[in-house]
Write a protein that binds this ligand. Structure first.
Ligand code: HSE
Length: 305
């Protein structure tokens, strides 16, 4: 077990739910936050944050990266060392792109590295899921790719969901925030049997659509009855952006995670038109959005130089 004094990490953004896979499926995207941890000789901790939304991140002990860092040391029954944390933000905050998951995964992996890697990747995953409360952002943030997570007697079964190379994710990130707490508060505590069956069938279809790249399957599969019908009202312009994306040739559009970012899936031929259509539709509602063509990140959290 080698103990290091400094580690620099990159952790990808994620898009969770993908329509019918509420709280169980998510994919890592080619957009990331960076976290540098340097062991200090004395003191307690210091946090600095850079990036366009740096002002929105706390630098006291309530910082989520620091909390995850401390959590790992508590788990291994050791005192956290004094540490300097430098956070470089590339993932917008509270937009449904897994910024909290990057913080949790960054803090846990950083602490694990400084402590000499006492925990395995699956132990880190269990801790990350427990901290976040659901697996669909932290799992792909940690190990990359598109992942399905299901509870098992032993903990969690995690499986790789093949993502056909022709399917392109487009994220439209508006200039307003929506907290996950608020987006979960509008959900019903119970759903009908019919809605449960609808989502079961559509999640199965989604997995086949993602694997094969069949557009007609994806168009149908992106429908959901567990969370989107309740959350759409929280996102100004949802219907207009959806119509614009589909008219421009997207297979369909969903809420990314808890929103307000909207995710369209499309192909290479229509991708530029989809980007332009989503940006224009939101602009017409008076909302500025950054619309980006991304890819699936297959590496997850990784050490960078
Ligand atoms: N599955 C979660 C939700 C993702 O939709 O609330 C956001 O953390």
């Amino acid at each position: 077990m080698s103990v290091v004094s400094c580690v620099n990490l990159s952790v990808p953004a994620t898009t969770a739910n993908l329509g019918p896979g509420f709280d169980c499926i998510g994919a890592a995207l080619t957009l990331s936050n960076e976290f540098k941890f340097t062991r200090l000789d004395g003191g307690e901790f210091k946090i600095t944050v850079t990036g366009t939304e740096a002002a929105g991140v706390k630098t006291d002990s309530s910082n989520l990266v620091y909390q995850a860092f401390v959590k790992l040391y508590q788990y291994i029954d050791k005192t956290p060392p004094p540490v300097n944390m430098e956070i470089k933000l590339g993932v917008p905050l509270a937009r449904g792109l897994g910024s909290s998951a990057t913080a949790i995964v960054g803090g846990l992996v950083g602490a694990n590295q400084l402590a000499g890697e006492p925990l395995s990747q699956s132990q880190l995953m269990e801790l990350a899921i427990a901290m976040e409360g659901h697996p669909d952002n932290v799992v792909p943030a940690l190990i990359g790719g598109c992942r399905l997570a299901a509870t098992s007697k032993a903990g969690w079964e995690i499986c790789d969901i093949p993502w056909h190379g022709d399917i392109i994710p487009v994220v439209a990130i508006p200039n307003f925030e929506l907290s996950t707490e608020e987006a979960r508060r509008v959900l019903p505590t119970q759903v009908s049997h019919a809605d449960a069956i609808f989502n079961t069938a559509h999640l199965g279809l989604l997995l086949r659509g993602l694997a094969t790249g069949r557009g007609d399957w994806l168009t149908s599969a992106l429908q959901d009855k567990l969370h989107q019908p309740y959350r759409q009202q929280l996102i100004t312009g949802y219907d207009a952006v959806n119509s614009a994306a589909v008219s421009a040739g997207a297979y369909g559009m969903v809420i990314s995670g808890a929103g307000p970012t909207l995710l369209a899936l499309t192909d290479q031929t229509h991708s530029t038109d989809v980007v332009a259509a989503m940006a224009t539709a939101w602009q017409q509602q008076g909302i500025t959005a950054s619309v980006r063509l991304l890819s699936i990140d297959h590496q997850g959290a990784r050490i960078i130089s």
